[in-house]
Design a binder for this molecule. Sequence first.
Ligand SMILES: N[C@@H](CCC(=O)N[C@@H](CS)C(=O)NCC(=O)O)C(=O)O
Length: 197
Amino acid sequence: MKLYYVPFTRSNRPRWLLEELGVPYQLVRLDPKAGDTRSDEHTSRHPLQHVPVLDTPDGSLFESAALVLQLADLHGKLIPAVGTYERGLVYQWLFFAMTELEPHCVTYFDEKVKKKTPQSELALEAKRKVNTAAKVVNAELVSRQWMLPSGFSVADVVLGSVAWWANRMGALEEVPNVVAYVERIMARPAYQRAVVD
Ligand SMILES: N[C@@H](CCC(=O)N[C@@H](CS)C(=O)NCC(=O)O)C(=O)O
């Protein structure tokens, strides 16, 4: 497996899962500032010139959540069997992370970090929406450590990395279980190996 990767981006998600699975992989580091993601070669891998992209023996794939699902299925680990209720929960939390939480994190990041306007109307609205979604996760984590009753799974790789981002930006308010969840994630040896460089 070959992973096209830019540090501190969504490409950490498949890298973290590869580390959790303990399977060998090749990391191809791209430097967006040097134009690596805009090259013809990379555009042929990802038409939007984004990372991550994963080369598999059968062809290349993009979209971080899709890569995580596919890798877990290929290795038969950290994902419940197709058709089980817990598999449904994996879909639920992956879609929740990607559609209910991440888009508001993107808006908050753009306002706070890129435009440096953390008090703009858009920023405050995005922060409110981040916390509306985070409260759902907070309630879920009252009685458990990870999103599935059976324990750590791919759901935590995707939802956990979005929660990490929200926490890192200082967007989370009054969701102590989510903050503790992010701390548990950061304490995982596989996570630490995935973000080391
Ligand atoms: N929905 C996509 C988003 C991919 C994306 O936006 N990637 C960003 C980094 S987080 C990117 O490649 N930006 C362009 C660049 O860095 O040159 C996914 O989850 O994989």
